[in-house]
Structure formats: C-alpha cells, structure tokens
Design a protein around this ligand. Structure first.
Ligand code: NAD
Length: 260
C-alpha cells in the first residue's frame, strides 16, 4: 500500500476496529490521516495517530455536514487526492439496544440511521471528488443486518440499510474506479459494543458456536481491511466480507458447546 493515502474515521481508542485497520494499513505502507469525534476523543486519537507517524486532521461529527466538509477540505489541502477511506462509525441510544425492536422511538430511529448509515453516503459524496485515480471505501457492518440478534434492534435495521448502501454506492461509483465494500465483523469488545445488552453472552455464544471456536480480533479485521483497501482486491466491489470466525455459515447451535 506504499504511495496510498487514506482517511480513517471512527477511532475512539486502542480497542476500536478502525485502529486495527489503521495499524494494518500502516504496516503495509499506507500514509494515514485520522478524524475524531469531539474533544474528549481528540486526546485519545492524537497519541495513536502519532504512533503511526500520522496526523489528526480534525473533528468530524457526521450529524454536522459542515464538519465533514471541513475534514475533506483539509484532506484536499494536504494531499490533493485520496486513495481510500475507512468508515467505522455507528451510534444508537443505549436505552434502545436492549429489549424489543418494536419499541424503537422515531427520534432514535432517525438518529441511528443518520449516523450509522447515511454518513457513509455523506462521506462518499465528498470522497468521490478526491478519488481522482479511483479508490476504495470501506465500512463496518454486523450479522445483525441479516438475521435477528437479541438487543441489536434498530442497529440491525441501520446495518441492513448500510449494506444496501454499499451495493448502491458501488454501482454509482464503479465507473470511476471507486470500490465500496464492507466487512461484517464478528463481535469484538469495543466502546460501541459495550452499549449492546448482554454483549458478554453474545461473545461467548460466538466463541462456542463459530467454526473456528473463537471470536475475532481487531488485528484480524485490520488485515482483511488492508486487502480490501489495497489493489489486491481491485476486482472486488459491492461486497460484504465476513470476518467472524465463520459464524455466519452456522445454522444451529454446536451440540458440544458448554452452557453460558
Ligand atoms: P468504537 O466505539 O471504537 O467506534 C465507534 C466510532 O463511531 C467511535 O470512534 C465514535 O466516535 C464514532 N461515532 C459515533 N457517532 C459519531 C458521529 N456522530 N460522528 C462521527 N463519529 C461518530 O466501536 P467499534 O466497535 O470499533 O465500531 C466501529 C464500527 O464497527 C461500527 O460501525 C460498528 O457498528 C462496527 N462493528 C462493530 C462490531 C463489534 O462487535 N464491536 C461488530 C461488527 C461491526
């Protein structure tokens, strides 16, 4: 990936999936820039970026289009163009990541879909203008988009819409050589995941029932991301690539799994 420049959106701390991706892209030679959401996270993201010899180029809250514009203006000023972008952003009110989906409020539905789904389209609109030699956009999704998962609720609906967005964006941007893909990651203990009800149970369930009999790490997601962001995957777009220790192929509980 040497010679490639990418924007990483969604690092909150060193447990973030975006951090695993950044480390892998850096290890393969890419030059990176990071955004952060709000001053509290700036303090966490700055030292991480410095570890990779990268810069933090600004605050971006995807609910505020002006902050997205400012970040892309900064990318244009520094680099003139962009080769890849990682979108690892999602949010839903914690109170609605438990209990029943049917109880979702209109307010939280709109906010969750705006932050977790529309934001990919919002950044794609800006990235398109800078990906003058083609490029690769990557987002993160979860199996809860495909099947019901306990407590995932509106986030499952948002991820289903996000996965559809990947396909529509891939078709729109393909003629310019811009590829759009998603990694469907297995459950990983991160800040965002801690908001999901019974998350420890979900982790154990995946460990006992996935073909590899374990969960995945941010480093494993990162290595797959490096492939999707690099020219090694140049024939791949519109793809939802599972990095979940194979859990998505399983149709039934492993009869040998211990009780949780
Ligand atoms: P994380 O908490 O480390 O990252 C989530 C990021 O979203 C944070 O950096 C946060 O600042 C950002 N964000 C939230 N609202 C935002 C806003 N309004 N504007 C800009 N940024 C905003 O957690 P993570 O698990 O690394 O999440 C990254 C992505 O991976 C998310 O899309 C998540 O749904 C997805 N994912 C996570 C898992 C998992 O088990 N952890 C599994 C599959 C997919």
């Amino acid at each position: 990936m040497s010679g490639k420049r990418g924007l990483i959106m969604g690092v909150a701390n060193n447990r973030s999936i975006a951090w695993g991706i950044a480390k892998a892209a850096h290890a393969h030679g890419a030059e990176l820039a990071f955004t952060y959401q709000g001053d509290a996270l700036k303090k966490r993201v700055e030292p991480l970026a410095a570890e990779l010899g990268a810069e933090v180029i600004g605050h971006c809250d995807v609910t505020d289009g002006a902050t997205i514009d400012a970040v892309f203006a900064e990318v244009e000023k520094r680099w003139g163009k962009l080769d890849f972008l990682v979108h690892a952003i999602a949010f839903s009110d914690k109170d609605e990541l438990t209990g029943r989906y049917v109880d979702t409020s209109q307010e939280n539905f709109s906010k969750s879909l705006l932050i977790s789904c529309y934001s990919l389209t919002a950044v794609a609109q800006r990235a398109e203008k800078l990906m003058t030699d083609g490029g690769s956009l990557l987002t993160l999704t979860y199996y809860g988009a495909e099947k019901w998962m306990p407590h995932y609720n509106v986030m499952g609906v948002a991820k289903a819409a996000l996965e559809a967005s990947v396909r529509y964006l891939a078709a729109d941007l393909g003629p310019q050589g811009i590829r759009v893909n998603a990694i469907s990651a297995g459950p990983i203990k991160t800040l965002a995941a801690s908001g999901i009800g019974d998350f420890r149970y979900i982790l154990k369930w995946n460990e006992y029932n996935s073909p590899l009999r374990r969960t995945v790490t941010i480093e494993e997601v990162g290595e797959t991301a490096a492939y999707l962001l690099s020219d090694m995957s140049r024939g791949v777009t519109g793809e939802i690539h599972h990095v979940d220790a194979g859990y998505h192929v399983v149709g039934m509980k492993n009869p040998d799994a211990p009780d949780i």
